[in-house]
Design a protein around this ligand. Structure first.
Ligand code: NAD
Length: 478
């Protein structure tokens, strides 16, 4: 069982986080070459994190299995490997990212000065993570926070309790100096205690839009800046201009995104929009591909389960209420398993039970459309703005038409979900799917404040004296 951190201990942890940051800056201020010392310090801490993750790799895989029967392949391929790669990427690029950026401005007040943009740490920050990628979405932001020079508190999801405990061990055994990285375990009360603190310099939150709004409102009371990585209903199009020869691969790619992690992915293709000219063909092929990819889901299949009874019951209710035609992978599951086999729902309507909220389950509504603009109007009116949109089309004109009309956090053409792994490309939402982003240098930037540094000499004052009172007629006329 997960012992939640007592509320007064949370206050102490926030103070040690703050004190660590302040003491570290004081220490750096006494260094002969603070920039060099700082780079070395950050890289050393990141290497400790990297090694501790490696040491606990098997424990993480086991913990995720205990938490929700997470498929081993998914834990390795979508959590641990990308996390290790992201950490290495930070270590390798940090020296470049940390360098101040020179700026030149040739207008009279600035031409003789020296201008640069400094990348300073925000200070002591908080990372709050969700259950669906319990390791990746917790420790990648933590790595970025360290890389950017902050001290950090991690509040993992309590719903993946075994994984949260292993992450605590990873951090405690990494050998960090006291106060650099700390873990607070808990649920709503503990998170409330954290986010209402006056002593946080930033909150990086990943989770649902509803909770995201609570976090942002509390943070606003203390003017604490936030990054919100949220979810939503991400649409997938198979348009009239998509070449049939790639249809099977397209469906495999769509199912990879829609049914991976049991559909509990913030960037899952939430629903599929198929142009009427292709609908029958897609429907027939989709059934074949589903059977091929998921011949049977049984108690021993490597197929991730839903996170909770509540999520399970909500999904079953949606499936009961749907007016569409269900096509489900064959299954043989005992009653204790909270697992829904991959399910396609054909001839779905916009009013359907599966078309209201983000599904976050292995179910994929398939809708037929005839007019692209009407469909875009419908999306804009109901599910704005998605975290991502997927377009399977061979017409560049059509792709830009869709992209011009529909705002989204990101977009992927002819594939799904892989974009989250691209280094140095921003990953983040817009509108209802959140604000701010991360990924490689964008992660470093998210945890950094850009401070303008401007140093003016004195000898040029003669050219700048216009600004001083008294404002004589001569000055005013010029
Ligand atoms: P959640 O919002 O329920 O929980 C996330 C975190 O918030 C947890 O640590 C939890 O303890 C805390 N929390 C929950 N309720 C709270 C409350 N009332 N007050 C304060 N803190 C609270 O999200 P989840 O169910 O764990 O994750 C699924 C959601 O996250 C989906 O909507 C998904 O789309 C989104 N998500 C987004 C991204 C992204 O990068 N944009 C990634 C993964 C998941």
């Amino acid at each position: 069982t997960l012992n939640y951190t007592p509320l007064e201990v949370i206050d102490t942890k926030i103070q040690s986080s703050r004190n660590f940051y302040l003491a570290r800056q004081l220490q750096l201020s006494h260094e002969k070459s603070p920039a060099k010392a700082d780079l070395l310090f950050r890289q050393t801490q990141l290497k400790k994190l990297y090694n501790s993750i490696l040491k606990h790799e098997e424990n993480l895989i086991q913990a995720m299995f205990q938490d929700y029967h997470r498929a081993r392949q998914e834990s390795i391929g979508t959590e641990i490997n990308p996390l290790l790669n992201a950490t290495l990427h930070i270590i390798n690029h940090l020296s470049k990212w940390m360098k101040p950026k020179r700026v030149s401005d040739n207008s009279p007040p600035f031409i003789c000065g020296s201008i640069k943009v400094e990348k300073i740490a925000r200070g002591n920050v908080l990372v709050i993570s969700p259950f669906n990628f319990p390791v990746l979405l917790a420790l990648v932001p933590v790595a970025h926070a360290i890389g950017a020079g902050n001290s950090v508190i991690l509040k993992p999801s309590e719903r993946t309790a075994h994984t949260a405990l292993v992450m605590q061990r990873i951090i405690e055994e990494a050998g960090f100096p006291d106060g650099l990285v700390q873990v607070v375990q808990g649920a709503i009360d503990e998170t409330q205690r954290l986010i209402t603190s006056k002593d946080l310099d930033m909150i990086f939150y990943t989770g649902s839009p509803t909770v995201g709004s609570i976090i942002a409102q509390e943070a606003a009371k203390n003017l604490t800046p936030c990054v919100l990585e949220l979810g939503g209903k991400s649409p997938t199009f198979i348009t009239e201009n998509f070449n049939d020869k790639n249809l099977k691969t397209a469906l495999k790619r769509i199912f990879f995104g829609a049914f991976g992690n049991s559909g509990q992915i913030c960037v899952s293709p939430d629903y599929l929009l198929v142009h009427e000219s292709k609908y029958n063909k897609v429907a027939a092929l989709a059934k074949e591909v589903l059977i091929e990819m998921f011949p049977e889901v049984n108690d021993s299949t490597e197929f991730t389960h839903l996170i909770s009874e509540t999520a399970y019951n909500t999904t079953l209710k949606k499936l009961e209420a749907t007016s569409g035609e269900k096509f489900q992978a064959k299954s043989d599951l005992s009653d204790t398993n909270i697992c829904v086999p991959p399910t396609l729902i054909f001839n779905c309507q916009w009013e359907d039970s599966t078309m209201q909220q983000e599904n976050f389950a292995p179910i994929l509504p398939v809708l037929k459309y005839s007019n692209l603009d009407d469909t875009l109007d419908k999306i804009i009116a109901t599910h704005n703005n998605p975290l991502v949109q997927y377009i399977f089309s061979d017409s560049n004109e059509e792709i830009s038409h869709i992209l011009l009309r529909l705002k989204s956090g990101d977009c992927v053409i002819n594939d799904t979900i892989l974009h989250v792994g691209i280094q140095d490309a921003p990953f983040g939402g817009i509108g209802n799917s959140g604000y701010g982003n991360y990924g490689g240098i964008y992660g470093f930037n998210a945890f950094t404040h850009e401070r303008t540094f401007f140093k003016q000499p004195f000898w040029n004052d003669v050219f700048l004296s216009m600004r001083y009172a008294p404002f004589t007629q001569k000055k005013t006329k010029l």
